[in-house]
Design a protein around this ligand. Structure first.
Ligand SMILES: Nc1nc2c(ncn2[C@@H]2O[C@H](COP(=O)(O)OP(=O)(O)OP(=O)(O)O)[C@@H](O)[C@H]2O)c(=O)[nH]1
Ligand SMILES: [Mg+2]
Length: 189
């Protein structure tokens, strides 16, 4: 159960990544897919992480301490075309450095259940597999399509990503499968 959540810090510079022995559970995925919304949904607090009506809302690494026990970490999304090249580079470097730090226990990799995974999604899938970081693929925005379409699209996502991992339909909006996610976290902690 998530009893309390504290926002700890926003990090914009790789030299400022926090040092901790606590587990870090991290959200990755393209911009606007719903990573910040996912954190708010599972923490049952719509004001915790800032959510964007346009992509590119999260520009820093944001740490949330849950039950004084482990961190949920919100990352900036990739594939946001309107960011300047310089800013994209900075964000990509920050995220790479963080994921390579060896301090990530588990990842929730978010994709949009309505769409075929993008090239960037495939790159991320390869990257996570090569770094040996365990993850679950979360097919978010399930509220936007029918149950039948959800299953069909999950099959497509699985094929395109060559995914062996579990793919969980999810809705941050309707809090669908929040309990399943909390189960995954509790098994880990
Ligand atoms: N219908 C629906 N909308 C969602 C869902 N999850 C997120 N959204 C909407 O999608 C938009 C983007 O959500 P964010 O949580 O800011 O996405 P993000 O992945 O954190 O985006 P960046 O910070 O830009 O990387 C917002 O308008 C959310 O309200 C969902 O499950 N269903
Ligand atoms: Mg965000």
């Amino acid at each position: 159960m998530i009893k309390n959540v504290k926002f700890i810090t926003s990090v914009f510079d790789k030299s400022k990544l926090i040092k901790t022995t606590k587990k870090q559970i991290v959200l990755v995925g393209k911009s606007n897919v719903g990573k910040s919304s996912f954190i708010n949904a599972i923490c049952n607090n719509s004001k915790l992480a800032k959510i964007g009506s346009s992509p590119g809302k999260t520009r820093s690494i944001n740490y949330y301490l849950v039950n004084d026990e482990y961190y949920l970490v919100d990352l900036p999304g990739y594939g946001y075309s309107k960011m300047s090249i310089k800013e994209k580079e900075n964000v990509a470097k920050l995220v790479d450095k963080y994921l390579e730090s060896g301090n990530v226990s588990y990842i929730f990799f978010l994709v949009d259940i309505r769409h075929k995974p993008t090239l960037d999604d495939k790159t991320m899938q390869d990257y996570l597999s090569s770094y040996d970081i365990p993850f679950t693929i979360i097919a978010n925005k399930a509220d936007k399509i029918s149950k039948k379409a959800q299953q069909e699209n999950i099959d497509i996502i699985r094929k395109v990503l060559f995914a062996k991992e579990e793919i969980l339909p999810f809705s941050a909006e309707k809090k669908e499968n929040v309990d399943a996610v909390i189960d995954i976290i509790e098994n880990l902690i």
